[in-house]
Design a protein around this ligand. Sequence first.
Ligand code: SDX
Length: 440
Amino acid sequence: MSIAEQYDASSDAKDARLNIDGESADLPIRKGTLGPDVVDVTSLYRQTNNFTFDPGFTSTASCESKITFIDGDEGVLLYRGYPIDQLAETGKFLETCYLLLYGELPTKAQFDDFSTRIAYHTMVHEQMSQFFTGFRRDAHPMAVMVGVVGALSAFYHDSTDIRDPEQREMASIRMLAKMPTIAAMAYKYSIGQPFIYPQNHLDYSANFLNMCFAVPCEPYKVDPVLSRAMDRIFILHADHEQNASTSTVRLAGSSGANPFACISAGIACLWGPAHGGANEAALTMLQRIGTVDRIPEFIARAKDKNDPFRLMGFGHRVYKNYDPRAKIMQKTCHEVLEAVGHGDDPTLKVALELEHIALNDDYFIEKKLYPNIDFYSGITLRALGFPTEMFTVLFAIARTVGWIAQWKEMIEDPYQRIGRPRQLYTGPTERSYIPMDERG
Ligand code: SDX
């Protein structure tokens, strides 16, 4: 039964009536389990010869989903119904991956099996290491990620047929397993150190930190406080409804493109400073502010309509309250800074004072601009030992499970069709070609 048929069969179905030039169209109103109802405009064009118009999708639901729910006014984030703070407080990232992919928290046996399957796919084809030598050492690691992740489709032909559920499952496992390895390789390549192979006895986050910070010439022990913090940071960034990069993955996947290519498209979109690039931009901004006494100058610039400067790490399309992830991120930030002995980090002092001032400033209150997850993540990731350019790469590692879960949900919807938006055309009406020698 299609989504429309399911709703039409329900007893509480009701319609919205739209009147245009004396014509009317009845548009079904559909209810979800949480959040706003939707007006189903699928038949609008057929009934009225009109399109809807909503650039930026501020009022448009692009799909039905059962994975993640955000209540922006209340600052609530649920993964398959579980509050983010409960998952981040005590759960493991791979546990959240299982939940997002399969819809339920795993039993111990399911978790162990899933963890083992992931561990056994963390290596990449040895030839893939040759891709890196084609990049300059100072290439932005997100450029490397877009290229190397997309190239996975050239190696794993047995998991690119999206119509085969077994190949979809294998591609999902491979993508989750190999992202940290490729990310660590991008980091090692940028600092001129040899690649470190994954170790099956380490858990997901410890394995990633080991691949980034171990060197072949001496033993390396991953600090459990730091790997716990890394795991929690991955949980916080795992999924977030139909954000820009997830919508990119869904649109790419709707054409039947293979999952590796779709994830590469998601990485490219995440790179933007308005989206996943904001953690890198937020730390750079905090460093530019430098000291607490310069905060008013930057607050004034953020409020100045003629100044393109914005407070990076503030504001959100959906959250008009405090981003629940930012609260947990702030707590994790303090834990990591204490663990590495940077409890008096001057950048943190600027961040705390900037947050305090902004949260009490009428402009930010009126526009409901609160710190988002990117505000504290930059300070934390730098304290973990990562350079600023790696911050969005870490976001991409975490978000891969969200992208894959949303891609699977779309592919497995029997009524899924290629995404093909229409437009409001305001260009020239038809006119005739004028030969070059007759043009003025
Ligand atoms: C992420 O979608 C997701 O879920 C994303 C994400 C995820 O997990 O996938 O949560 C991750 O991308 C978080 C957001 C990271 N980006 C930043 O921190 C960059 C700084 N923030 C802004 O660029 C902005 O707030 C956005 C892009 C996040 C949201 O933009 P919107 O919803 O389009 O809001 P807007 O640009 O229309 O702003 C509304 C008003 C404007 O003023 P007016 O034109 O109404 O007078 O608020 C102002 C903006 O000028 N404003 C800011 C501001 N953000 C918005 N003013 C100063 N500083 C800011 N950061």
